[in-house]
Design a protein around this ligand. Structure first.
Ligand code: ANZ
Ligand code: ZN
Length: 806
């Protein structure tokens, strides 16, 4: 046969691998390697992005297994979340049923891809045997003072009908549905991630991640060093505390601004003529989204409160304003206006005719255009005049501290993680509200707090759980009086913050995971996933791991040692999406080309971190390549022919080169695309010379071709491995090795003759074949044979070329 039947070969081996439980893992005394791909949300079908991530992870896992590592390569389902609940509102199918159906279908698709997962470790976050531990972890956070309830303005997605964490608001829009996010006042549960801000920054130095993602996390955490300055309110006991990164500009402050939501606003305006105007302004601004309020193009608006604050060093009375450009949840929610040196303040002061007072001058003494935002030398700043602004920052902060009117302060942009959701399909927050005892945790022995199933999905108002009376009404675990359950569920990002621990011991019953197993397998050595989770999942998981480390549960405080952030799958130049009508169905592609050709093309067409463009010709090309490999290995050989030492040397060299290249590319370089090219070169080289090598060498190099192919085209490799006479799986075989002598460049000088007379010499290396030697020699001798007819060219590869001319 010159064409192998892809479908039946692939199906045959998939069934066999499953039957033999080939990818089951147990800790042993080999070096471990934990290879993980982000688990999918069970939407119903795999998309091409999934096919790409799981292919990349699978290649890495298979390669490490063959290198002799004990490899953990698990898969599971991030199975809670809004889409299943929205579907229930639309079609009445309970989220649990639709989710489990989707999982069955997608698991089947993954099996068809021949992925080397250890399915005995499958984890499903929406099942009670998982979410009881999500709840237990919530209780751990609560015990450690890291879970708390707080009232305040929160992000609200009007279309998802739930609150969102700050990380889930992208440019003022909901990460899930793109609606503009508004604000609501609610009491919600938070995780105190801000307590870990510095450690989340520091830990980035110890992980091998793309700089781009590290930079996004650093920016998100947003550490800002400066000072808090206290401005006493004239006539009241209150003090306005402002946060500034430029205490050196303090003498240039000409007014003070509060955020519309600042708690002092109401008190300041009481019984003043300005009160109604201020209240109207505040009410109007509060309903605006942050995106509207802070966008560059939004006009800076504000109102005077009628009240004054006293400058902490000069005692001057400065007007207090309320303005839209000050955010309540950054710094202290109040700023000092320094129009001469801050762009926003400059526009604001110009608009409302507030004084502009320069206090920083360029070091060259030249006068600068305002606003002048660079560092310089202080002027008009009392005894601090003449100091450089960098020194003045510290000097003024220290002085403020010594007189009790301020102190150095660090502010972070990151906020605590808001984890309550007013939705059904998530892990219930295991807390009870008792009229006598207050908020009481559900005792561990009462976990899980099961999701009730008799629920009406309306999609309106509070959590659907609030309407299930016999679920909500419960007994207080402390006083045994009547009490009510918390009806919010947890953000699904809580579920995915610890699933990689669960994989290490999915059967653990008395705690979320077995500490010993976790310590054997963690950290994840290679994590493959998308860039879109840079400040969501990847930040939350690092936070969780640090908390577990502090609790003494695990020995690592960074979960993912190495991160491979794969690019997108594009088709006709655009990111694939349903709305663009340019989606590809993995089902059809896999049916038409088979798994191996699809995998190989994805690996070949682009380095993993770059976008990958799907093309029909591309996959056809890899399909043909695999057929060519099949024919090469399975063709009958006539052993009678004499072997040629030159051909054998070329084959040895081609083999050694390919092994070296593929080993490097599948290892630390992760350059799968060039690994595929190396296999193509080896295949070509073998086609040239395979007939002229000894049967032993032939068997040896065909085996190494098949071994190198195994991580990338696992089915064909398995088929060919058995064809070559093996009975064990190629995926348990050892990675091929080579003798480095075959990589040494050996140079040979050969004589160039015209009609038997030596006319020159040429240096070649042993990998040159006859065609190349002939062509280069003719080139070299061009002048000597010019104008004469070449009758024939005799090539003796190790010695000479003789050109016979008429
Ligand atoms: C006075 C000043 C003078 C400022 C100057 C800047 C330049 P980053 O780097 O982002 O931390 N600010 C403080 N809290 C704010 C809030 N809640 N909403 C809006 N703006 C706020 O920026 C810190 C600076 O942003 C602070 O320093 C403050 O303005 C402003 F020549 O104080 B500055
Ligand atoms: Zn009670």
């Amino acid at each position: 046969r010159d064409h192998y039947d892809v479908k039946s070969v692939e199906r045959f081996w998939q069934e066999r691998w499953e039957k033999d439980a080939l990818y089951r893992t147990r800790p042993d005394d080999r070096q471990k390697f934990y290879c993980l791909e982000q688990f999918p949300y069970p939407s119903g079908h795999l998309h091409m992005g999934h096919v790409r991530v799981y292919t990349l992870g699978d290649v890495i896992a298979r390669y490490r297994r063959m290198r002799g590592y004990s490899v953990l390569h698990p898969m599971g389902w991030d199975a809670f979340g809004l889409p299943a609940e929205n579907a229930a509102i639309k079609n009445g199918i309970p989220p649990k049923i639709s989710t489990l159906n989707n999982i069955d279908y997608m698991r089947q698709q993954m099996r068809q891809m021949g992925l080397s997962f250890d399915w005995s470790r499958e984890v499903t976050t929406c099942l009670p045997d998982y979410y009881r531990f999500t709840q237990e972890l919530f209780l751990l956070f609560y015990e450690r003072g890291l879970a708390y309830q707080k009232a305040g303005a929160v992000n609200w997605c009007p279309s998802c009908e739930t609150v969102l964490a700050n990380e889930q608001v992208e440019d003022g829009r909901c990460w899930r549905c793109d609606s503009v996010v508004t604000k609501r006042d609610l009491t919600q549960w938070y995780f105190r991630i801000t307590e870990y801000a510095d450690r989340l920054l520091e830990g980035l130095d110890r992980v091998d991640w793309p700089n781009e993602i590290k930079a996004q996390q650093i920016h998100w955490i947003g550490k800002s060093e400066g000072a808090e300055v206290h401005f006493p309110v004239q006539g009241l006991d209150d003090v306005i505390r402002v946060f500034t990164t430029r205490p050196d500009t303090l003498y240039g402050a000409t007014y003070v601004v509060l955020a519309p939501e600042h708690p002092l606003v109401e008190k300041l305006v009481q019984n003043r003529p300005e009160q109604n105007q201020v209240r109207e302004f505040v009410a109007a601004e509060r309903v605006r989204s942050d995106i509207e309020r802070t966008s560059e193009t939004t006009e800076k608006r504000g109102v005077f409160t009628g009240a004054y604050a006293l400058h902490p060093l000069t005692g001057e009375a400065l007007p207090i304003w309320v303005a839209n450009y000050v955010l309540v949840d950054y710094g202290t929610g109040a700023v000092m206006g320094v129009p001469a040196h801050d762009v926003r303040d400059y526009h604001y002061a110009t608009k409302y005719e507030l004084p502009i007072r320069p206090v920083i001058q360029p070091t060259d003494g030249q006068s600068a255009d305002l606003p002048y935002v660079e560092p310089g030398v202080l002027i008009n700043s009392g005894s601090f005049s003449g100091l450089a602004s960098t020194e003045a920052k510290g000097a003024i902060s220290r002085h403020l501290e010594s007189i009790g009117r301020g102190k150095p302060r660090i502010t972070y942009r990151m906020r605590d993680w808001l984890i309550s959701r007013q939705r059904y399909w998530g892990a219930p927050i295991p807390m009870i509200h008792c009229p006598h005892c207050g908020v009481v945790p559900v005792p561990k022995r009462d976990l899980p707090v099961l999701l009730p199933e008799n629920v009406v999905f309306t999609g309106r108002g509070a959590s659907p759980l609030a309407q299930v009376e016999d679920w909500v009404n419960t007994e207080c675990p402390v006083c045994h009086g009547p009490a009510r359950r918390e009806t919010d569920t947890m953000d699904t990002f809580v579920d995915s913050s610890w699933y990689y621990f669960r994989y290490t011991s999915p059967e653990a019953q008395d705690r979320p995971f077995d500490f010993e197993q976790a310590n054997y397998w963690m950290p994840v050595d290679e994590y493959v996933g998308g860039k879109e989770h840079a400040v969501l999942h990847l930040l939350y998981s690092r936070f969780f791991t640090k908390v577990l480390y502090d609790a003494g549960w695990v020995a690592v405080d960074e979960p993912f040692k190495r991160l491979l952030a794969q690019g997108m799958v594009v088709y006709q130049g655009a990111k694939m999406s349903k709305s663009k009508g340019n989606t590809l169905s993995p089902e059809e592609i896999l049916r038409e080309w088979g798994t191996d050709a699809t995998r190989l093309f994805m690996l070949f067409a682009a380095p993993p971190e770059k976008d990958f463009e799907w093309s029909q010709q591309g996959v056809e090309g890899t399909f043909r390549f695999l057929q060519r490999v099949y024919r090469l290995v399975t063709r009958p050989f006539a052993d009678a022919r004499a072997s040629s030492p030159e051909a054998e040397e070329r084959v040895q060299r081609a083999n050694a080169r390919a092994i070296k290249k593929v080993t490097e590319d599948l290892g630390d370089r992760r350059a799968f695309n060039t690994a595929v090219s190396a296999l193509m070169e080896l295949t070509n080289a073998l086609y040239q010379d395979i007939e002229q090598v000894s049967p032993e060498l032939r068997q040896h190099v065909l085996e190494s071709l098949v071994l190198l192919l195994a991580p990338m085209a696992p089915h064909l490799a398995e088929e060919l491995w058995h064809h070559l006479g093996h009975t064990e799986s190629v995926h348990l075989a050892a990675w091929p090795d080579y003798d480095p002598k075959w990589l040494e460049e050996r140079q040979i000088e050969i004589a160039l003759q015209v009609n038997g007379k030596v006319r020159g010499r040429m240096v070649i290396t042993p990998d040159w074949d006859e065609t190349r030697i002939r062509e280069e020699a003719l080139q070299y001798l061009q002048a000597q044979i010019e104008g004469r007819r070449v009758v024939k060219t005799i090539v003796i590869p190790t010695r000479l070329v003789n050109v016979v001319v008429a």
